[in-house]
Design a protein around this ligand. Structure first.
Ligand code: ZN
Length: 283
C-alpha cells in the first residue's frame, strides 16, 4: 500500500475539524501553510461570501476542493417544504460547481417532524436525489451520498450503510454515469461487517467519491461532537485504507473531526500539525 509520509498533497482538511474558529479566508491560508493539498469547506462558511472569490482564494493558495458540505435534508412533512429542500440543494450544487468541488456531500436527512414512517423518508430521499441528478450532471458536480451511523437515522440521515447507499446509487443511475456515488466516512461505517465488500463494490462501479477520516473514541461522550483524532481510538484506519486503495480510489483523504471539548478548543495551527503527523504515521 502507498505510504503517506511526505504526501500531504494527497490529504485534505474538512474545515469542521477546525471548529469554524476562523473566517474562511484564514482557514484556507492555514490549511495551505500546513502543507495539505485540499480543503472541504462548509456552506455556513460561504454565507455572505462570493463563492467565486472563495474559489479563487482556494486556487491561489494551491489547494483543490475535495468536497463541499453539505446538502439540505431532503425528507419533508409537506410537498412545499420538499420542493424548497430540493431548490436549496440546487443552489448549493451551483456553489459546489463554482468551487470546483470533487463532490457535493449528501447528508440526506431523517424523519420529518412528527413522522414515524422511515420507509417514506427513504422514498423521499430517492425521489429528491433523482430530481437533483440532471442539475448535478449539468454542473459537473457528482453527488456523494454519505451513509451515516444508524444512531442518526431519525434526525440526520436515513441512509445508514454503504450497501444501502450503493443500492440507491444503482437504482438512481443504473448506467453508472458518475453523477452519483458515495462518501465513506470512517466514523459512520467502521463497524460494518460488510465494509470491505461494499468499498470494493463502490470502487468497481466508479462510485467512490470521498473518504473521510477520524477515529472512534471509547468511551464516546457525545453522539455528534466527540470524534477522535486518527490514532486515538479503535478504528483500524490503515486496514480500511487498504480496501480504499484496492478499490482504485484516487481522491483525497479528508480529515473530518467534530470535537467540541478537545480539538475545537485548540488553535488551528496545532490541530493541523497533529492531523499532518497522524496521517503520515497511523493512517
Ligand atoms: Zn463525513
Amino acid at each position: 500500500m502507498s505510504d503517506l509520509a511526505g504526501r500531504l498533497d494527497r490529504c485534505s482538511i474538512n474545515t469542521a475539524t477546525l471548529g469554524y474558529q476562523l473566517p474562511i479566508g484564514q482557514t484556507i491560508e492555514a490549511v495551505a501553510r500546513a502543507g495539505f493539498g485540499a480543503i472541504a469547506p462548509w456552506r455556513r462558511e460561504l454565507e455572505g461570501e462570493s463563492a467565486r472569490l472563495v474559489s479563487r482564494r482556494i486556487r491561489d493558495a494551491g489547494l483543490t476542493v475535495s468536497g463541499y458540505c453539505r446538502s439540505t435534508y431532503i425528507p419533508a412533512a409537506s410537498d412545499t417544504e420538499f420542493a424548497e429542500n430540493i431548490e436549496d440543494n440546487r443552489r448549493a450544487i451551483d456553489d459546489a460547481a463554482e468551487l470546483g468541488a470533487a463532490c457535493f456531500v449528501m447528508v440526506v436527512g431523517g424523519l420529518p417532524q412528527g413522522s414515524k414512517d422511515l420507509a417514506d423518508a427513504r422514498r423521499q430521499v430517492r425521489d429528491g436525489i433523482a430530481r437533483l441528478l440532471e442539475h448535478a450532471g449539468a454542473q459537473n458536480v457528482p453527488l456523494a451520498i454519505e451513509p451515516l451511523h444508524p444512531m442518526y437515522a431519525a434526525d440526520r440521515a436515513c441512509i445508514n450503510t454503504l450497501r444501502q447507499a450503493l443500492d440507491l446509487c444503482d437504482a438512481l443511475d443504473p448506467s453508472q454515469t458518475g453523477t452519483v456515488g458515495v462518501a465513506v466516512d470512517l466514523y459512520h461505517v467502521w463497524w460494518d461487517p460488510d465494509l470491505k465488500t461494499q468499498i470494493l463494490r463502490a470502487g468497481h462501479s466508479k462510485r467512490l467519491l470521498g473518504f473521510h477520516l477520524c477515529d472512534w473514541l471509547v468511551p464516546t461522550n457525545d453522539m455528534l461532537l466527540d470524534r477522535g483524532m486518527m490514532g486515538d481510538g479503535v478504528i483500524d484506519i490503515h486496514g480500511v485504507r487498504r480496501h480504499i486503495e484496492a478499490s482504485g480510489y484516487a481522491g483525497r483523504l479528508e480529515v473530518e473531526i467534530f470535537s467540541r471539548d478537545n480539538w475545537w478548543k485548540r488553535p488551528a495551527t496545532e490541530v493541523l500539525e497533529v492531523c499532518a503527523q497522524r496521517l503520515q504515521t497511523v493512517c
